[in-house]
Design a protein around this ligand. Structure first.
Ligand code: PBG
Length: 330
């Protein structure tokens, strides 16, 4: 039969009927983004009035405490409910002892943020890599990262952050047993209301490169393969998540986000637990770089990316795009 303009096939289900207008598309949309699901990472450094942009992360700066307070206030005004703090300490040593110095930038920032913005939810990163002279996430003994002594340092760090007023401590080190050890120590000291967001399935990823510039945390020798996960593994991710939940994690995380959307989706489906995904520095830097070259439409690529992370199952999206995205969504 010849196909003329007037010929009509009988097709029972025409998907295009629900794509005809912005109105109908919005009525049948399955996934929505809103600013209150974003968690905004901040890098806190010593000094005052410091706002030093990270070259590989346009729009992201190392901030002194006063500037971090201002940035968090602006984010709050954009509709963002929480920040995740990383620190650049004034000194580093083999033990990473600045991680639990009550006067270190992160602890000072927690106090200042809670005073200035009481309803802001303050998360703190618990790891040693920003604080050790060798840049490893734990203590190095005989050329290896020693698990249990490292956990003791992480516990000290989490307790000092809780004492400063952190709402949620977030161990990102990938040492075994740290969630249980932190939960126990927090409870013993009367911090039973402080929650734990564990970086449960954290992969050994090339996409952390720009972060290590931002946080001055690149390892001076070796890599993180002895503790971060092999990118090829997904069953192992489920075991890691199960273990962290059993040890007392309140929120579990998959990191990075986009290359691991399958893992995120399985974690959410399997455990039905509050789940965060970290859209990491390298993922952000790639979009920024392509946009700066005029190769992609940044706004569309950003919202498509964040929507995909949400669709795969994230309740919380940790992203350097938090403010930019929030401003487009209101
Ligand atoms: C600390 C830590 C890292 C990131 C978050 N916490 C870096 C690493 O493991 O080397 C990466 C975040 C990002 O790339 O945005 N261990």
């Amino acid at each position: 039969m010849p196909h003329t303009a007037a010929s009509t096939l009988s097709i029972l289900h025409r998907g295009r009927r629900l794509r005809r207008s912005a109105g109908i598309r919005s009525l049948v949309r399955e996934t929505r983004l809103s600013p209150d699901m974003f968690l905004y990472p901040l890098f806190v450094c010593p000094g005052e009035g410091v706002r030093r942009e990270v070259p590989s992360m346009p729009g992201v700066s190392q901030l002194s405490v006063d500037q971090a307070v201002a940035e968090a206030g602006a984010a709050r005004a954009d509709g963002i409910r929480g920040v995740l703090l990383f620190g650049l300490p004034a000194y580093k040593d083999d033990l990473g002892s600045a991680a639990y110095d009550p006067d270190a930038p992160v602890q000072a920032a927690v106090r200042a943020l809670k005073a200035a913005h009481p309803d802001l939810v303050v998360f703190t990163d618990v790891c040693l890599c920003e604080y050790t002279s060798h840049g490893h996430c734990g203590l190095v003994i005989d050329g290896e990262i020693a698990n249990d002594p490292s956990v003791e340092q992480l516990v000290r760090t989490a307790v000092s952050q809780a004492a400063a007023g952190a709402d949620v401590v977030s161990p990102s080190d990938m040492m075994d047993g740290r969630v249980a050890a932190i939960r126990h120590a927090l409870d013993e000291r009367g911090f039973e209301q402080v929650a734990i967001m564990s970086y449960a399935a954290k992969y050994c990823s090339a996409f952390y490169g720009p972060f290590r510039e931002a946080a001055a945390s690149a390892p001076s020798f070796g890599d993180r393969r002895s503790h971060q996960m092999d990118p090829a593994n997904v069953e192992e991710a489920l075991r890691e998540v199960r273990q962290d939940i059993d040890e007392g994690a309140d929120i579990v995380m998959v990191k990075p986000a986009v290359p691991y959307l399958d893992v995120l989706s399985k974690v959410k489906e399997t455990f039905g637990y509050p789940t965060a995904a970290y859209h990491v520095s390298g993922e952000y830097a790639m979009l920024k770089a392509a946009a700066r070259n005029g190769w992609i439409d940044e706004r569309r690529a950003m919202l498509e990316t964040l929507t995909a992370i949400r669709r795969a199952g994230a309740d919380i999206i940790i992203t350097y795009y938090a403010r930019e995205a929030a401003r487009l969504l209101v």
